[in-house]
Write a new protein. Structure first.
Lengths: 146, 146
DNA sequence: ATAATGCCTACAAAACCTATAGGAATAGTA
DNA sequence: TACTATTCCTATAGGTTTTGTAGGCATTAT
């Protein structure tokens, strides 16, 4: 299992904010209730640096969050990477991972590189707006999914 | 990170066995040394039921393992699922997961279903023999990887 | 007999996941 | 000013999973 609640909750939160922000701000309380997610847990997730950069916040009464850019300017991949740190299927492909001394010989490495590419291509080919619109997503083959 | 050492080690082990089994058996000791993996840890991994079904073992001196079927009869996806249990990117798509009461409304679910499909299509489109042959793998787009 | 192997069970440190808790700072509103 | 609703910050913690280590029994070839 690759995407933890962090990634899943952030995606749902951003979609919820995108859907409910009019001219104003969406409070975590409201999003948490609608999405049935612990508000306290969400609080911790939105302060992940790369996540908070995607949002504009306002404290105090009637405060909350709104997207810093339009929903069609964020890909699902971007959002998930912000929350999860990395979407690499294996540790050895992660940024900041100490170079594996076996990488030159590793017979399995090309499998992981291809998998990484397939995953990122799929997730980066889809924006938040696409998800809201329930736009069919290219599934990487000849078929459309959703 | 989706594929743990269990999956990565099993894939390397099976590839190592496929490469070194002639008419005989390949001992874990030899594979472990070649692959620089703890032999004791490998012992525990090969007794995972779905993994052990892919192997034929022989105890005693000159014993070891060989593949139960030919290397071109096992897909990488099969091998990884045997070791990891599931390759689902999110918990809610796993077999035996209690049905999520929100699934009918969940705006994010189609994203995960598409991702699951892309991942499994890639990994099931590649056999152990393909990896040994370093055969280019279809990366789900217009490009070949490896 | 001996040695090399698989097979089995138990233990455990470390990391990660999934939160909960309390309170400070901020900003509207009466 | 007082009140309320919100974000923001830090600490704590139980549970699960990962990644092994350790010891010994069973099996088989020589």
């Amino acid at each position: 299992m690759m995407i933890s609640t962090r990634g899943r909750y952030v995606l749902r939160l951003l979609l919820d904010i995108a859907e409910h922000q009019g001219e104003g701000y969406v409070s975590l309380k409201d999003s948490a209730e609608r999405q049935e997610i612990s508000k306290k847990y969400l609080e911790q997730i939105v302060i992940i640096p790369d996540v908070s950069k995607m949002l504009v916040s306002k404290g105090g009464k009637n405060g909350g969050y709104r997207l810093a850019k339009d929903a069609d300017e964020y890909t699902v991949g971007e959002v998930l990477r912000a929350a999860e740190g990395s979407l690499s299927p294996v540790a050895c492909l992660e940024i900041n991972h100490s170079p594996c001394p076996r990488s030159a010989d590793c017979i399995a490495l090309p499998v992981w590189k291809g998998l990484d590419e397939v995953i990122n291509k799929y997730l980066d080919g889809m924006t938040l707006q696409d998800v809201l619109d329930k736009k069919p997503g290219y599934d990487g083959g000849d078929n459309y999914v959703i």
